[in-house]
Write a protein that binds this ligand. Sequence first.
Ligand SMILES: [Zn+2]
Length: 309
Amino acid sequence: MATLLLHHSSFANHKTAPGHPERPDRYRVVEAVLGQPQFDPLLREEAEIAELDTTRYVHTNRYVDALEEARPDTGYAHLDGGDTMMEPSTWEVVLRGVGATVQAVDKVLAGEAQNAFVACRPPGHHAETERAMGFCIFNNISIGARHAQRKHGLMRVAIVDFDVHHGNGTQQIFYSDPSVLYASTHQMPLFPGTGATRETGVGNIFNSPLAAGDGGAELRDAFEDRILPALDAFRPELIIVSAGFDAHERDPLGSLTMTGDDFAWVTRELMKSAEKHCDGRLVAVLEGGYDLQGLADSVGAHVGELMKG
Ligand SMILES: [Zn+2]
């Protein structure tokens, strides 16, 4: 069965202030790499705009309504200091990121694709129930997990996050919910400051912090010693991946030293886990990755591996 790519040219909108690392060129390099001939077998679908109510699976009405009010007609509306902002095109872009994620979940659960990669921006995993932060406005991955439960009746969904930053938003949303497992490797100390091993939720949170300078060997240890066994014990019916590539050695926001090969390895291990527990059903959603070359290499390695499923 094929790998599905969810994409849309509007993900190159949502302009950020000059010098901001989360910029439209990120999407352009992802489209460029996935436009190469070896990616021809991908099933490609344009991302649809989500119903606003879909965001309410994980965000409060107060937050969603305040965001809608904050949409600027010109210039920027700042949501989180200088980090997170909206400009006039942003609303459509973030609703399309949510739409793409639930669309990917629908297609994979319907058996129309083996797995899926959602190429979207901005990222989502820092957005909490009622707080935008760290470039993130809606928590795509968490909405995808809830959608799988509410619309498809899944009992157990696992979210695995290998972005260099801890997904504080995802952890906060599911902290007391045993039906969703959240496992993360991330650099510590680093923004946003959460993600210690002792943060365990109701036994459903598995944080594996890494230290500056750590690379593929430490990533393998974290997965083999802690995250893959946790997945085995949980027996997910769907694995959703917060696929951030800012742990790449070239990335300016982190100090980990992963390469494309490391991202290929972790992708393969997650596919094996999905194969074992849920007929290979896996949905990956783009999070960070701020060096354009590092992002292109990593996405190429990740999606290339998904296509072998
Ligand atoms: Zn990140």
